[in-house]
Design a protein around this ligand. Structure first.
Ligand code: NDP
Length: 290
């Protein structure tokens, strides 16, 4: 038998996490605000706790997979005083600052805090495709590794509890922006009767190949010299023709227009001869000038 673990939150994700622990023979205590949701896991050997107090004192290791930052406080505020010496691994999605706030709050009650960001859907938990990022207490990460590795490839990003959320949300920002671009393209193709399925088949190999450009842009950004030769200039890659084509087809250009705004900003600042990676300068946190 492995380490005993308590799992708080038996939604789609919490249930998948608890199920993977049961599969690996960990003694697993489960708690959910709506207790009926524990029935399936109980039938597989999990112990349903009759109260949140019982849940958080059943084991030294407590996993939370609730809805959001507020729900973690709502659930644990009444019992945090009984958790001194426990390790809290919070896999609930939060912003970096929300994770840092939880780490400070946990520390004030003698609880070691590790934040986690799940880069997977529930069915992926326990398969090689799943990845979970962690940050916060390195001691908790090291000590709970045998449990964490049941779920996914575990990556530790550092002692700042906000880092796992930060990397998670940074990657999701890229993903959602690309998806919005895909949907915009599908709507343009759809304006002449092409099905989204047909567009997806044509766009996927092209867009996949284009992601190789990330490394090129990254090298330009990290060198800090956007004038290096061999790049397509911003003047040349002005996207007003795509915005216009979208409008001509009756398709809302919002996703591509947002990119065009960033390009125009750099051109207006006199950087039209520089490459596309220059858009980074409009976005970065510590920009001194646009
Ligand atoms: P679900 O909507 O399936 O479940 C939400 C869970 O949170 C339920 O157990 C619910 O309890 C509980 N909950 C909500 N509000 C409160 C509250 N105020 N107090 C106590 N418990 C509360 O969501 P998921 O399981 O899919 O997601 C859980 C977390 O995992 C989220 O933060 C999500 O962002 C993250 N995540 C999910 C992924 C996914 O693909 N599903 C991927 C990556 C991260 P009740 O049953 O009583 O309503």
């Amino acid at each position: 038998h492995g380490t005993g673990v308590t799992v708080l939150g038996l939604g789609a994700m919490g249930s998948a996490l608890a199920a993977a622990l049961l599969d690996a023979d960990h003694e697993t205590t489960v708690w959910n605000r709506t207790p009926e949701r524990a029935a399936g896991l109980a039938a597989r050997g999990a112990k349903p706790a009759s109260s949140i107090g019982e849940a958080v004192t059943a084991h030294q290791l407590v996993i939370a997979c609730l809805l959001d930052h507020a729900s973690v406080h709502e659930t644990l505020d009444p019992v945090i005083g009984r958790m001194r010496g426990s390790a809290l691994v919070n896999l609930t999605t939060t912003t970096p600052n929300e994770a840092r706030e939880l780490a400070t709050w946990a520390a004030a009650h003698g609880v070691d805090y590790l934040d986690g960001a799940i880069m997977a859907t529930p069915p992926m938990i326990g398969t090689p495709a799943a990845s979970i990022l962690y940050s916060g207490s390195d001691e908790v990460f090291a000590a709970t590794r045998p449990v964490l590795d049941r779920w996914a490839t575990s990556t530790y990003d550092g002692e700042d509890s906000g880092l796992a959320s930060l990397f998670d949300l940074a990657m999701l920002s890229g993903m959602y922006t690309m998806f919005a671009g895909f949907l915009h393209g599908a709507a343009m193709a759809g304006s002449v009767g092409v099905s989204a399925t047909e567009f997806a088949a044509r766009a996927t190999p092209f867009l996949s190949a284009m992601t190789a450009g990330f490394a090129h842009d990254a090298a330009v950004i990290d060198r800090g010299d956007y004038t290096v030769p061999g790049q397509q200039s911003l003047d040349f890659s002005d996207l007003s023709h795509i915005v216009r084509a979208s409008e001509e087809q009756g398709v809302d250009p919002a996703p591509i227009a947002a990119v065009q705004v960033l390009i125009s900003r750099q051109i207006a600042e006199g950087h039209g001869a520089e490459g596309f990676a220059r858009l980074y300068e409009s976005l970065r946190a510590d920009r001194a000038d646009l």
